[in-house]
Design a protein around this ligand. Structure first.
Ligand code: G6P
Length: 614
């Protein structure tokens, strides 16, 4: 998602800021901008701002036309969330003497906008970020210097942010702050840097301090002073980074895919942020992308998608049926367009796509539109073709996914399907407030359990080593674990080139059982839920034919150890939510098998991240 850089020192900083932004390009963006201040040439000069839509090359071209002077500055690459990727929505945002860049989402931006409008503030963008610039300006007008003004303003803000702020009144400083979004401070010699990630500062210094949530920093050329939002001093020493710049782009992980697997708790938090109303056991209506009149018409929910996204829809269908009591179907987009589907105005067609550009899904959506169905897109990339064609969008906010094999986009799609099902269930009264409250409470606790599951990394790695020499593998699941088994098999074949099948465990006896022998690893996804007893029997059947079974089971299960050859015990969660947890060991398993085999994990042969051919 967005990238932030900042510099305060003695060098002209515009080119330096652009260089930092280049190193953050991997985060994905659709516009960019800079603001600089001249520190001490005797006269007071206004903040200079330059912004451009599209790639950094456009900003560089604009800089050539109009060079920015100054030795204090901030820069930003924006990945649109609130408002289209246009020049007015690009950061930095300016209010009076203040310029600010922001990464994250301000949850109470609508309330803040109402408040500021009532005071006569005029807005020049559609962003949530601009509210923060105006809040700081309001504090500045009340006579507070920059550091104090930022602390006072942020105390009024709910949501995720990393911000860097400059102030024409005090051109020798940058104030930075963080909550949920990352912010790194780099220590130079007579100069200081700020950035969203270590690679942006690594060419200049390897001494860094990672700001913690709720901390605010005052950066001058000589160093940093850190405080908590409520003004308590924080003393922490910078640490020395020993990674190379290339490694650092992956945050120290060997591959983007592994980094993205580990980012999932954060990604789920971002999908849920500002959308869950725990007090009322509901989903915030303005976030779901559908109006109540549309929802009232819906008698069936039809999911269309391709690849990994289609596996998320298999989970979505189960949730819509069990939480909202609405009949639901899933279909591969390419098959949907190839026949004459019977759909109409009482159907809600939900197109799910991480890229938002998959041509098959887009074509299927167009068919649904022609037939008069209600439309919704679940997508990760803002303003991509599918959400635009649907006219209604629910964004997953997973952040850019670089690894071709989808991981965090998949689990955030599961979360989007869950919120949609709760929303529908609450609208039609099938889901009570109390039941929704309980489920949503368990949902917001998921990132915590996902972090605990990620701690199994080393164990899964050890289990993966012998699998690297297999020629085939069978993945089994039932109920909500069926989509996870199918997705687990797809991950393995995508990146390790080992043939794998994902099967509904009940179907094993109708065919795949013929394949089982001592050379056939069987991976059984079998958390504690109502399908457990049945899949445990299927595992026994596989073992009786010498199949080598790796079970993904719930911690505390005392019998599975005696049945399966190996067990990966995962944290206990609400049975409906187990896919968020069981997905993780399967992703890690595929990753390590592929890594042991030495395949190109992030860019597997023949595959593309965005598929725009039918
Ligand atoms: C490609 C990608 C997959 C993805 C599929 C559907 O095959 O490699 O990871 O699941 O397209 O893409 P979408 O962007 O529509 O989710």
């Amino acid at each position: 998602m967005c990238g932030i850089v900042g510099y305060v020192g003695n060098q002209e900083c515009a080119d330096l800021l652009v260089d930092g932004l280049r190193r953050l390009e991997y985060r994905g963006y659709d516009s960019a901008g800079l603001a600089t201040l001249v520190r001490s040439d005797g006269e007071k000069r206004p903040i200079e701002v330059l912004r451009a839509v599209g790639k950094l090359g456009n900003l560089v071209a604009a800089l050539r036309e109009r060079p920015l002077k100054g030795t204090t500055g901030i820069g930003h690459t924006r990945w649109a969330t609130h408002g289209r990727p246009t020049e007015v929505n690009a950061h930095p945002h300016v209010a009076g003497p203040i310029a600010l860049v922001h990464n994250g989402i301000i949850e109470n931006h609508l309330a803040l906008k109402r408040e500021l409008s009532a005071e006569g503030v005029k807005f020049s963008s559609d962003t949530d970020t601009e509210m923060v610039a105006h809040l700081i300006h309001r504090e500045a007008k009340a006579g507070h210097e920059l550091f104090v003004a930022v602390k006072r303003a942020l105390a009024q803000v709910h949501g995720a942010y990393a911000v860097a702020v400059i102030d024409q009144r005090q051109p020798d400083r940058i104030v930075v702050a963080k909550n949920a979004s990352p912010l790194v401070i780099g220590f130079g010699d007579g100069e200081m840097f700020a950035a969203s990630d270590i690679p942006a500062v690594l060419p200049y210094t390897n001494r860094v301090l990672l700001l913690e949530d709720g901390e605010v920093g005052l950066l001058t050329a000589d160093g940093i002073q850190v405080e908590s939002l409520d003004g308590k001093k924080v003393e922490r020493e910078p640490r020395t980074i020993t990674w190379s710049a290339a490694q650092a782009e992956k945050g120290g992980f060997k591959h983007f895919m592994l980094k993205e697997i580990h980012e999932q708790p954060r990604a789920i938090e971002d999908t849920l942020r500002g959308r869950v109303d725990l007090a009322n056991g509901d989903i915030i209506a303005s976030e779901i992308g559908l109006d109540e009149a549309t929802v009232a018409k819906v008698q069936r929910v039809y999911f269309i998608a391709c690849g990994t996204s289609s596996h998320a829809t298999l989970y979505g269908r189960q949730l819509v049926e069990s939480l909202a009591g609405i009949p639901s179907q899933c279909e591969l987009a390419s098959e949907f367009v190839g026949r004459d589907p019977v759909i109409g105005p009482t159907d809600l067609v939900v197109a799910v796509s991480q890229s938002g550009e998959t041509l098959d899904t887009l074509a299927a959506l167009k068919v649904a539109k022609e037939k008069g169905a209600q439309l919704l897109a679940i997508a990760n990339v803002i303003h991509s073709a599918i959400p635009r064609a649907a006219g209604a969008a629910f964004y997953t906010h997973a952040g850019p996914e670089i690894g071709v094999a989808s991981t965090k986009c998949f689990t955030t799609q599961l979360a989007a399907c869950l919120l949609l099902a709760v929303y529908l269930g609450r609208r039609n009264g099938k889901l009570s407030k109390e039941k929704a409250q309980e489920l949503l409470q368990h949902t917001v606790e998921l990132p915590h359990h996902m972090r605990a599951t990620l701690a199994l990394d080393d164990l899964v790695r050890d289990l993966a080593r012998p699998l690297a020499s297999s020629h085939s593998a069978l993945f089994l699941g039932r109920g909500v674990s069926f989509p996870i088994a199918v997705e687990g098999a797809l991950k393995l074949k995508e990146i390790s080139y080992i043939h794998a099948e994902g099967y509904a465990a009940g179907e094993m006896k109708h065919g795949p059982i013929a394949l089982i022998d001592a050379n056939m690893p069987v991976i059984a996804v079998m958390p504690d839920d109502r399908s457990y007893e049945k899949i445990a029997s299927n595992v026994q059947e596989a073992r009786a034919r010498d199949g080598v079974v790796i079970a993904i089971a719930t911690r505390g299960n005392s019998e599975i150890g005696a049945i399966a050859n190996k067990v990966i015990y995962v944290p206990k969660v609400d049975p409906l939510l187990s896919p968020f947890i069981t997905s993780i060991p399967l992703q890690l398993l595929s990753y390590y098998v592929a890594d042991f085999k030495g395949t190109d994990v992030d860019q597997p042969r023949n595959l593309a991240k965005t598929v725009t051919v039918e």
